[in-house]
Design a protein around this ligand. Structure first.
Ligand code: GDP
Length: 528
């Protein structure tokens, strides 16, 4: 296949949502439309239930499901659609942020009853930061939710983005009958059917067609016409460029469970969503059309079988062509490596691939050569950007419970943090004290369990009262050294040997920023 053809026929995206909004159900409906699965229920939720904290195997089992569904691909209308799965649980938010570095666009699912929820706001922040184009899908219209116009206002104010409805609900709750496709001025009414995608449809192209009232009733037909007039009066016409620049989010309404509005969403997505885009490195921008291969690792997943310590590294292809058994350059290690068994993941099936193109995600078997963010090229020295560490929210000191197993503990904690399970900060000046930073409590259970079962090391954690980790830089070396000296007990090095200040409270952080105006306090690790 020609490179340009491959690129122009690929759409790589993620579906994101606050837990329970309907991400899994929507994913499944897309796969049904794409023919990747035949019946509903084939896609398992990757939800991790908090109640299962003590039952660690249950968490691992549930995480296992998320490996199988890490990337789901299907063909639709000549287009290779790659859906990257993201964990909904907030303790795994960093996983989700990293996955967002590997997509070209996002569909954000909102529950029409609950509106914008906490996780929705955070996820949207990441999209805004990266300028990722977002389509919003307002789900569960079969339930008594908020009024569509009110919802649009809420989306705009809470998510700080302009919206533009491209479909419109006919009724809501018990009176919900389907959606009018504003994008192509079409009305298709589906008979609700939860397991199949074919259904009886009625096509109405003209809103003044008397058939409209016959099918949906007089009153709903009037309301629909009035609503649509209002939409056209309030909202600017849809402009694809503004969407691709992440300035405006097209909005669709529907019910994933009942298959209402899903085809409209999918087909418009295929039409307007971006194909694989260029990506920044520390030296230059890389265009997907470049002949030489480049890619980066955005996720590493450990094997669930403790007898095999191997892991799967997920690589996003950024330019050129990835080929099986060809030597590539591992930039960080300055090493040539080849892959005899690269995999693709199509729904629940995994298969070996011969080649992959920009926008594709390849699973590489790894025995510890990869860290999150690693770059592969055909020889060029560069590193893809945009995979920062964010400041953790919970900090604990790692205490070794078995001095005979110190080596195993060191190795284990290095490998686990390379995988991105948590962040490791080391206080070299204080006897190499190890501080683990995470977004949620669940990770500490994960670390403790895996250190013991995979590395034979026993540990415990001691809670530390830190507010944030700030990466510190300055042009004024004397001042930087002074700060490090004064703050020795709160200073640590991250995995790349950068200085990090662990601020005990928001108040103290602000104070230090005033006391040391020569220093810059960064809340993410990417500041070069
Ligand atoms: P996720 O946590 O975002 O992946 O959400 P799920 O897809 O697992 O859905 C959460 C719950 O909402 C499940 O019980 C679904 O059956 C239900 N659900 C999903 N879509 C709809 C919908 O359109 N209408 C209604 N009433 N329920 C839905």
């Amino acid at each position: 296949m020609k490179l340009s053809e491959a690129i122009n026929s690929r759409k790589t995206f993620a579906i994101i949502s606050h837990p329970d909004a309907g991400k899994t159900t929507l994913t499944e409906k897309f796969l049904l439309f794409g023919g990747a699965i035949q019946t509903a229920g084939a896609v398992k939720s990757n939800k991790i239930k908090k109640t299962a904290t003590s039952d660690f195997m249950e968490i691992e089992r549930q995480r296992g499901i998320s490996v199988a569904t890490s990337v789901m691909g299907f063909m639709y209308d000549g287009m290779q659609v790659n859906i990257l799965d993201t964990p909904g649980h907030k303790d795994f938010a960093e996983d989700t942020y990293r996955t967002l570095t590997a997509v070209d666009s996002v569909i954000l699912v909102i529950d029409c009853v609950k509106g914008v929820e906490e996780q929705t706001e955070r996820l949207m922040e990441v999209c805004r930061m990266r300028k990722t184009p977002v389509i919003i899908f307002v789900n569960k219209m079969d339930r008594d939710g908020k009024d569509a116009f009110d919802l649009l206002d809420e989306l705009e104010s809470k998510l700080s983005i302009r919206t533009r409805p491209l479909s419109w609900p006919i009724g809501i709750g018990p009176t919900f009958q389907g959606v009018y496709n504003i994008f192509n001025s079409q009305l298709k009414l589906f008979a609700p059917n939860k397991t199949k995608v074919e259904a009886d449809t009625v096509d109405i192209a003209d809103l003044n067609d008397p058939q409209l009232a016959e099918v949906i009733g007089n009153e709903p037909a009037d309301t629909l016409r009035e609503d649509l007039e209002m939409v056209e009066a309030i909202y600017e016409p849809f402009d694809r460029k503004s969407y691709l620049n992440a300035e405006i989010a097209p909005v669709f309404f529907g019910s994933a469970l009942n298959n209402f509005g899903i085809k409209e969403l999918l087909e418009t997505f295929i039409d307007i969503a971006p194909v694989p885009q260029a990506r920044d490195t520390d030296v230059r921008k890389v265009e997907p059309l470049e002949k030489t291969f480049t890619g980066f690792v955005f996720k590493i997943h450990a094997n669930l079988d403790p007898k095999h310590r191997d892991r799967i590294a997920f690589l996003r292809v950024c330019s050129g062509k990835f080929e099986r058994n060809q030597f590539f350059h591992h930039v960080r290690l300055d090493k040539k490596i080849k892959f005899s068994n690269p995999s693709s993941f199509m729904a629940s099936e995994k298969s070996t691939i011969e080649e992959a193109y920009p926008g594709d995600v390849v699973g590489l078997y790894d025995t510890g050569t990869f860290k999150i963010g690693d770059t592969l090229t055909e020889g060029e020295e560069m590193q893809f950007k945009g995979i920062p560490s964010f400041s953790p929210e919970i900090f604990k000191e790692l205490e070794n419970l078995d001095p005979m197993k110190t080596k195993q503990l060191e190795k284990g904690i290095r490998q686990l943090t390379d995988e991105g399970v948590a962040q490791l900060f080391i206080q070299e000046l204080l006897g190499n004290k190890k501080i683990i930073g995470t977004v949620g409590e669940l990770q500490f259970d994960v670390i403790q369990y895996r250190l013991e079962h995979e590395y034979g090391a026993k540990c415990q954690f001691r809670a530390l009262k830190y507010h944030k980790a700030c990466w510190i830089t300055s042009d004024n070396e004397a001042k930087l050294n002074e700060f490090i000296r004064i703050k020795t007990t709160d200073m640590a090095k991250d995995k790349d040997n950068n200085w990090v200040y662990l601020a005990p409270s928001e108040w103290i952080l602000r104070l230090e920023q005033q006391n040391f105006p020569e220093l810059t306090f960064h809340t993410t690790s990417e500041f070069k």
